[in-house]
Design a protein around this ligand. Structure first.
Ligand code: HEC
Ligand code: HEC
Ligand code: HEC
Ligand code: HEC
Ligand code: HEC
Ligand code: HEC
Ligand code: HEC
Ligand code: HEC
Ligand code: HEC
Ligand code: HEC
Length: 316
């Protein structure tokens, strides 16, 4: 099969690619991978570009599905290009995607959106930061390869890091989500096609996004810690940090950015007793500067249902 095709192809087209003299000859040509692709594949086959026909192995190549595209759905009818019979290079196709393309970002995205605009996860694309900054669909998606790297968590980051250098640096800090390890992708937290939440969050807020995996932090708690309910990134940098547990800085510094540090306090516990300040684990000068610092007492930092007086609500 392949051999036969190549024979046909080499008569009709390889000649045209090298000499630019032979015109399009669809009548005798068969489609190779997409319905109606013969108008293009008479000239463009694996001899032209090793990857080009791999599109037939992707969802776009499901020929039984009438919604799937043909070459011209993405590149335009390109009549002048297709039917060129002069010498030299043919005029460009209507829509091209290469580095030197003259096609506007809107027109390139428009070709994809003619089919994808109504996909549920993509209907916030218009006005999203990537759209506004002319980041095109094809800047992330490779459609002529059998495996599109950006949609595989194990290979996705390379695409993102090519533009987002800061996140690349953060991802390899000592404390990080297992993204470089390939167990999570950027797309576990971000919907890069646009979102109603801040920073392209997958859900409507940072906390809702984090709760999808860290359910226990949602509560409900009798006593909440206000900054936790507001935004996890008040204290955590989800991309990676030098401090443990993805903390932006260690306690007491982290806590003291919002609180005035207090000195020794003798607590009154729920049962009415008051442990001596010198009792093990209670106040001593080093407790605030060492180990878990503030969190050695205020251990339920994300919220708790402990009974007790104000101030002890986030207690161990
Ligand atoms: C007669 C042969 C011929 C036919 C038929 C043909 N092309 Fe081409 N195509 C070429 C040649 C030759 C080039 C290289 C032009 C150049 O180097 O500028 C090319 C280049 C291209 C490029 C790359 C342009 C760029 O600058 O990035 C695309 C995309 C393309 N063709 C798409 C198509 C599509 C889609 C069809 C069908 C509608 C088609 N071609 C039909 C000969 C053909
Ligand atoms: C779903 C949209 C889509 C379809 C369908 C499609 N292309 Fe493409 N084409 C692209 C994009 C996007 C690029 C840019 C490279 C990439 O993303 O892989 C491209 C690149 C190309 C190039 C330039 C390759 C290079 O390395 O410079 C040629 C030639 C081409 N396509 C021809 C075709 C032909 C022939 C068909 C039909 C068999 C076709 N395309 C079908 C979207 C499409
Ligand atoms: C003519 C309609 C059409 C056009 C144009 C089109 N697509 Fe698609 N695309 C589809 C269909 C249909 C599917 C399969 C959807 C499904 O199975 O639910 C698909 C699937 C996809 C997928 C998912 C593939 C998978 O394996 O799940 C990606 C990514 C995609 N398209 C990107 C693009 C990009 C990027 C462009 C523009 C360069 C584009 N599409 C242009 C119709 C189109
Ligand atoms: C910034 C990179 C980026 C851009 C720009 C981008 N995509 Fe995607 N796309 C992705 C990633 C990552 C996924 C996988 C999402 C996941 O795993 O949840 C994806 C998934 C898809 C899918 C598969 C269905 C789905 O939602 O999971 C389609 C279809 C698709 N994109 C089409 C498009 C179209 C059309 C455009 C342009 C309007 C576009 N994409 C722009 C990165 C991008
Ligand atoms: C072609 C370059 C490019 C690629 C590839 C790219 N981005 Fe972006 N991204 C941008 C630009 C430009 C902005 C605008 C803000 C800026 O300049 O940093 C942006 C902004 C963002 C934002 C911030 C949104 C906000 O509201 O502040 C997030 C999150 C993001 N991108 C995630 C991703 C992810 C995840 C990927 C990979 C799937 C990705 N990007 C791939 C260029 C890119
Ligand atoms: C665990 C969830 C999570 C993962 C995984 C994640 N992000 Fe983020 N990202 C966030 C949150 C939350 C914010 C908002 C942080 C803030 O406002 O300080 C954000 C913000 C951003 C921003 C905007 C930064 C700015 O300064 O405005 C970019 C760009 C970004 N992320 C890119 C990426 C890339 C690229 C990846 C994959 C390597 C990734 N993110 C993985 C949660 C995540
Ligand atoms: C897709 C699931 C997922 C999402 C969404 C998610 N995480 Fe995680 N998180 C993980 C996994 C997996 C680990 C690693 C657990 C391990 O290594 O044992 C983790 C670990 C953590 C840790 C502990 C790190 C350590 O070193 O102890 C913190 C803090 C954290 N995540 C905060 C967040 C925040 C904040 C968000 C929202 C911006 C978030 N996570 C969103 C899956 C997720
Ligand atoms: C007020 C600061 C603060 C905020 C806001 C905050 N955290 Fe934390 N988080 C911490 C501290 C401090 C630790 C370390 C606790 C320890 O060392 O015992 C921690 C640890 C964690 C851990 C790892 C240990 C564990 O308890 O499972 C996860 C997961 C986590 N936080 C998720 C979240 C999520 C999700 C949010 C948002 C809903 C959030 N955090 C908001 C301060 C905060
Ligand atoms: C982003 C600012 C911010 C950070 C960082 C922060 N807090 Fe808070 N914290 C608050 C706010 C706001 C309240 C509610 C104050 C009020 O109700 O008067 C609060 C309340 C508390 C309370 C009193 C709870 C109660 O029962 O009334 C304790 C204890 C506490 N924080 C401990 C900590 C510790 C320990 C850290 C460091 C791990 C920390 N906080 C980090 C903003 C912050
Ligand atoms: C040895 C245990 C211990 C350590 C360590 C500790 N605290 Fe406390 N903290 C307490 C007790 C006990 C109370 C409650 C006092 C009371 O019952 O009125 C309290 C109360 C608070 C309150 C509430 C104050 C109020 O007026 O309601 C805040 C805020 C707070 N601590 C922040 C911190 C911060 C920030 C650190 C670290 C710099 C820290 N704590 C370290 C024991 C501790």
């Amino acid at each position: 099969m392949k051999f036969m095709r190549q024979v046909v192809a080499s008569c009709v087209c390889i000649g045209s690619l090298t000499m630019g003299a032979v015109a399009y000859a669809a009548s005798s040509a068969k489609d190779l991978v997409l319905n109606g692709d013969a108008v293009c594949t008479t000239c463009h086959d694996e001899g032209d570009n090793a990857d080009l026909l791999a599109i037939g192995k992707t969802k776009h190549g499901t020929r039984a599905d009438s919604r799937t595209p043909t070459c011209t759905s993405c590149h335009g009818t390109s009549l002048e290009h297709r039917d060129f019979s002069g010498s030299g290079k043919p005029p460009k196709p209507d829509v091209t995607y290469g580095a030197k393309t003259m096609t506007t970002a809107d027109a390139r995205n428009g070709a994809c959106q003619s089919c994808h605009a109504k996909d549920g996860k993509h209907n916030q694309w218009e006005g999203s930061i990537h759209q506004a900054r002319d980041v095109t669909c094809a800047a992330c998606h490779k459609v002529h390869v059998s495996k599109d790297a950006v949609r595989d968590k194990r290979t996705q980051t390379e695409t993102c890091f090519s533009c987002h250098k800061e996140q690349r640096a953060q991802a390899s800090k000592p404390s990080h989500h297992p993204v470089l390890e390939g167990k999570m992708g950027c797309s576990d937290c971000h919907n890069v096609h646009g979102s109603a939440g801040p920073s392209l969050m997958k859900r409507n807020s940072v906390v809702e996004t984090c709760y999808t995996c860290h359910m226990e932090k949602r509560g409900p708690f009798v006593h909440n810690h206000q900054p936790v309910n507001e935004d996890c990134s008040n204290c955590h940098n989800p991309h990676g940090t030098t401090a443990e547990a993805l903390l932006k800085s260690r306690p007491p510094f982290l806590c003291n950015s919002c609180h005035t540090p207090h000195g020794p306090i003798q607590p009154t516990l729920a049962n009415g007793t008051a442990p001596a300040l010198t009792a093990p684990g209670w106040w001593n000068p080093s407790v605030v500067t060492q180990g878990k610092s503030c969190v050695s007492c205020h251990a339920q930092i994300h919220g708790s249902s402990n009974p007790g007086a104000a101030g002890q609500h986030l207690f161990r």
